[in-house]
Design a binder for this molecule. Structure first.
Ligand code: FES
Ligand code: FES
Length: 161
């Protein structure tokens, strides 16, 4: 099929196998290896990307399903040298250990903070329930999302004044 999509802000048109898994297309054809494959069957969240702003498991998604859409991977979040506030907070709080699960957590956190800029710790925990981390025990991940939320709100207030 002829695919037309935008990935990390870049518009692409190319001939593809529409049945290919999105994760393979992103990693192998486009080189976005920040998208991780943990389980490959929709249970760990490591492969999460945002499609038109909504988190999607790229291991369960076919390329044909993203035709005409905007895909965002963890590689598309930083602006030049500046990490996205969620990425920065993960680094600072120790929410990244082996790092394998991190891109997936970051993408769902970005989605959460778009919808709810001031989530409680309980809301953060519920939101990340579909993502598995074997290293951190989740506390530092929740700390990171809370810290990012606080900073993004403060930045927003500054911009608004
Ligand atoms: S690799 Fe997609 S959910 Fe685990
Ligand atoms: S940091 Fe290792 S799996 Fe989460």
């Amino acid at each position: 099929m002829q695919l037309e999509i935008t990935v990390n802000g870049k518009h692409l048109e190319r001939k593809v196998d529409g049945d290919q898994r999105l994760i393979d297309f992103l990693r192998e054809e486009l080189g976005f290896t920040g998208v991780k494959e943990g389980c490959g069957v929709g249970e760990c969240g490591a492969c999460t990307v945002l499609i038109d702003g909504e988190s999607v498991l790229s291991c369960l998604t076919r390329v044909a399903q993203v035709d005409g859409k905007e895909v965002l991977t963890v590689e598309g979040l930083a602006e030049g040298e500046d990490l996205h506030p969620v990425q920065q907070a993960f680094v600072e709080t120790g929410g990244v250990q082996c790092g394998f699960c991190t891109p997936g957590f970051i993408m769902v956190a970005v989605e959460l903070l778009e919808r709810n800029p001031d989530p409680s710790r309980e809301e953060i925990r519920e939101w990340i329930e579909g993502n598995i981390c074997r290293c951190t025990g989740y506390v530092k991940i929740v700390d990171a999302i809370e810290l990012a939320a606080e900073r993004m709100r403060t930045e927003g207030e500054k911009v608004g004044t």
